[in-house]
Design a protein around this ligand. Structure first.
Ligand code: SF4
Ligand code: SF4
Ligand code: FES
Length: 214
């Protein structure tokens, strides 16, 4: 069993296993930190969504909590002017690549983006960035679920789950920069891919990009 340490989050003293990432310690103790790309079982977090910043006592710059191992005496604040600025920018960047159509979204009840916006008082619209063009057809080739890439926020959860848990590897990232996207090998439809329709990726998707057909 790992050694227990005491950390302080927003002034609350919390016991946690040494080395656990701060994000999970906070969430498991009812303290909200925005996050999209983190998966607890993933040994090496990608730290790609840049939403989980916290301010660490003694450090000038905020750090991502999904990559921050806890140790005795670690003290953090989940909010600071710097943290709020970084989270706001990262959130707007995500939205710029996400077709905003909450009313018709299949995940509107469990959407992680809406939850983050609510918790942090962020707007579900762009103020400084222009939306990126999202003219992509929905992949409805499977019986049980569909993939609407225009709602994908590139968190990578589906890619990891499909490879590491389902042990299939039907999904992956392709292209670079602003063209980066989740796709099947050679951009085939899901029905032509090795996908077994286990549905694990759909359950892991925090947006409406992967959704069960009803
Ligand atoms: S449903 Fe298909 S794509 Fe999704 S995790 Fe399972 S095998 Fe992979
Ligand atoms: S499809 Fe969903 S789980 Fe996969 S990268 Fe996009 S938002 Fe994340
Ligand atoms: S949850 Fe930490 S960077 Fe995405």
């Amino acid at each position: 069993m790992s050694k227990q340490v005491t950390v302080i989050i927003d002034g609350h003293k919390i016991n946690a296993p040494e080395g656990e990432k701060l994000l999970w310690v906070a969430l498991e103790n009812g303290i909200f930190i925005p996050n999209l790309c983190a998966i607890k079982e993933k040994k090496h977090p990608s730290g790609s969504c840049r939403l989980c910043y916290v301010q660490v006592e003694g450090r000038s710059k905020p750090v991502t909590s999904c990559t921050l191992p806890v140790k005795e005496g670690l003290a953090v604040q989940t909010r600071s002017p710097q943290v709020d600025r970084l989270v706001k920018s990262a959130f707007e960047l995500l939205l710029s690549n996400h077709r905003l159509d909450c009313r018709n979204c299949p995940k509107r009840k469990g959407c992680a983006l809406l939850q983050i916006a609510r918790e942090r008082g962020l707007k579900m619209k762009l103020s400084r960035l222009e939306p990126l063009e999202q003219e992509v057809a929905v992949d409805e080739s499977l019986k049980t679920f569909a993939f609407d890439r225009s709602l994908c926020v590139l968190c990578g959860r589906c890619v990891w789950i499909c490879r590491e848990v389902a042990k299939v590897g039907a999904l992956g990232f392709t292209h670079r920069g602003i063209s980066r996207r989740v796709s099947t090998f050679q951009d085939l439809s899901l029905a032509e891919s090795p996908c077994t329709e286990c549905g694990l990726c759909v359950e892991a998707c925090p947006s409406g990009a992967l959704y069960f057909k009803r």
